[in-house]
Design a protein around this ligand. Structure first.
Ligand code: K7E
Ligand code: CUA
Length: 622
């Protein structure tokens, strides 16, 4: 052990002690945390997971960026932020929303929109295990679903979901492979929403949608009662289950919370698929997506009454249970998946016969994560705690046996929403780390104005006791995250020349007779000018080009550098033009040259000692 790590170890112990003390004294953790060691020194309390300077993390964490519309990659356990992936937002650094390639992706989602509200990132799976291929994420704000390619860590598809409003809950089909991405639309609207039934909420409906993971088209939709919230899938491919509030069908708050119980709704995927195969579906308005009626009493769904306004829905990694989190009720409802089989086989009397336990955990249970050793970890929004409890013990207690199922309650920072365990939504749940995403940071960090950061906390769950090991601010508003072992990931270090991400641009070059890796040429076509150039540090293949005022200019750049991390940029001063061009990538941007004069363009990604000199002139004739 080096002097430095010894010192960090000591600070760690002091920190843990301070936390334990603060736990007794309520939740005023301030002083004890101020002196904690830097984030990169996060260390498991069992002493086996230090990430030293220059060492690589064991896990990739994918964080949703909430209202920022992006996805972030953190290394765990260090909690170092590694990358931001623009998805629904515009991004000045990478030119997302400016480059033609990103505009093509964004166009798939309708719009134009410049905002997103990204809550739930989830990776594609095979046999209930992460496959490292895609991450899918919802946009509640503009009713969209996006896909990120994990080899290049860029968004490659965005789909606008028809017939519904506000996609919230999102999860993937876990087995046999991710054929579908399941998406819950939250708000109820008239069907179709074309101006009819405006003031008749009894006609409003929402739907559960299955997006095809490869084509990103909506394969089918299911009409439901109530408002859909969160969702998860089982480990056989047969079921998805969604929490559902507002069984009343109300439009005001009071109307929506009148009933004592709402539902967890189970979708029978094979039955829905069979109905669609047989043509037993309708369509709505202009949409061609097959729609089946899964409202109360339908053979496609099962409505299980649970305490009102349930929120998170989580499948245990042994594949046995769906857990619906109570939110307004201090309980979670444990639903047996084999009893769902029994229900659909006609063997049960009441939908609630599928519930095998309803343990009381504390105030405001929102989301539950699992460690693969039979324990569950539930965020208590109101208590600002994580409750660790044992699933089997909770079931025994429900059967009347005298066992205490709560193992520990850990104070976390104010109002935790989601939590997530390492590999915890897969068969590989390894019970090492738990992240709590807290909505407030209050006085925890240097004040930065009325808008405060939020607070991510990392908890070591490898031992018998949960131990808080990291506490760090984060920008608006990570709803959720997902923790993937690095062995599952194979990101590229430089682009492949035939990458489909820029296939449209390559096709355009081909039509223009251009060889992208050798040619530096200007093609004119009336008022359209296409400037093809290469780049190799520290110069652009074309250092000046002339256009006329009002010309529509498309600049296409191919970065010939083969060296990892030598990214160039292309920025035209006073034109709102800025794009990223990674090694071996082709990227393009189109703009109107509407001001006569000399306009310099420059490389805005540091690439070379002569990076400042990597520039050229656009000469615009009056
Ligand atoms: Cu609980 Cu959108 Cu998953 Cu917020 S959701 S916390
Ligand atoms: Cu190229 Cu900086």
């Amino acid at each position: 052990m080096s002097k430095e790590s010894e010192k960090q170890g000591l600070t760690r112990r002091e920190f843990l002690n301070a936390t334990a003390m603060a736990g007794v004294a309520g939740v005023s953790l301030g002083g004890g945390l101020m002196g904690m060691s830097p984030a990169f020194a996060a260390k498991s309390a069992s002493g086996n997971a230090t990430v030293g300077l220059g060492e690589l993390d064991e896990y990739y964490g994918f964080w949703s960026g909430g209202q920022s519309g992006e996805v972030r990659i953190l290394g765990l356990p260090s909690m170092r932020e590694l990358m931001r992936i623009p998805v629904f937002n515009m991004d000045s650094a990478t030119g997302w929303g400016m480059s033609n390639e990103s505009k093509d992706v964004l166009a798939g989602g309708g719009g134009p929109y410049f905002n997103g509200d990204a809550h739930h990132p989830h990776m594609s799976m095979t046999d209930g295990r992460y496959d490292g291929k895609y991450v899918f994420i919802n946009d509640k704000a503009n009713t969209r679903v996006a896909r990120i390619r994990c080899d290049i860590m860029k968004t490659d598809k965005i789909t606008s979901i028809p017939n519904v409003s506000a996609i919230h809950g999102l999860r993937v089909q876990k087995a046999p492979y991710t054929k579908y991405v399941f998406c819950n639309a939250e708000f109820r609207i008239p069907h179709p929403n074309d101006g009819r039934d405006l003031t008749d909420p009894s006609k409003y409906r929402t739907m559960f949608s299955a997006v095809n993971a490869e084509t990103m088209e909506v394969d089918w939709q299911v009409i439901v009662d109530g408002n859909l919230d969160n969702t998860d899938a089982d480990y056989t491919g047969k079921y998805a289950c969604s929490t559902c509030y507002n069984s009343e069908g109300g439009v005001t708050l009071a109307e929506s919370i009148a009933n004592e119980r709402d539902w967890a709704v189970v979708f029978n995927i094979p039955r829905i698929e069979k109905a669609i195969e047989k043509g037993m579906f309708t369509t709505l308005g202009d949409s061609k997506v097959p729609v089946v009626d899964g409202t109360h009493g339908s053979k496609y769904t099962l409505y299980i009454p649970v305490p009102k306004s349930p929120h998170g829905l989580n499948t245990s990694p042994d594949g046995k249970y769906f857990v619906a989190n109570g939110k307004l009720s201090p309980t979670v409802s444990i639903i047996s998946i084999s009893k769902i089989d029994d229900w659909f086989a006609g063997k049960l009397k009441e939908p609630r016969d599928t519930i095998v336990a309803e343990p009381e955990l504390g105030l405001g249970p929102l989301h539950t994560a699992f460690d693969g050793r039979g324990n569950a970890y539930t965020t208590l929004f109101i208590d600002s705690q994580i409750a660790k409890w044992n699933v089997d013990d909770a079931i025994k207690a429900y059967q009347g046996k005298k066992v205490s199922y709560i193992k520990q309650k850990l104070d976390v920072h104010y109002q935790p929403g989601h939590n997530h365990t390492s590999m915890g939504e897969t068969r590989d749940a390894d019970g090492k780390w738990l992240v709590a995403l807290c909505k407030f940071s209050k006085d925890r960090f240097l004040p930065v104005g009325p808008l405060h950061p939020e607070n991510d906390q990392l908890i070591d769950i490898s031992g018998d006791e949960m131990k808080l090991v990291h506490d760090g601010p984060t920008f608006a508003e990570p709803h959720d995250c997902m923790i993937v072992h690095r062995s599952k990931m194979k990101p590229l270090k430089i682009w492949k020349r035939d990458d489909p991400f820029f296939a449209n641009t390559t096709a355009m070059a081909k039509r223009d007779g251009i060889n992208l890796t050798t040619d530096n040429k200007i093609i004119r076509n009336g008022k359209k000018v296409r400037v093809y150039m290469t780049s190799i540090a520290p110069s652009f293949g074309i250092t000046d080009f002339k256009v006329k005022k009002g010309d529509e200019v498309t600049v296409v750049i191919t970065n010939l550098d083969m060296i990892e991390d030598v990214t160039h940029g292309f920025c035209v001063v006073n034109h709102g033009v800025s794009i990223e061009i990674g090694p071996q990538q082709t990227a393009s941007v189109t703009f109107v040259a509407n001001r006569p004069g000399v306009h310099w363009y420059y490389c805005n990604w540091f690439c070379h000692a002569l990076h400042m000199e990597m520039r050229g002139r656009m000469l615009v004739e009056a």
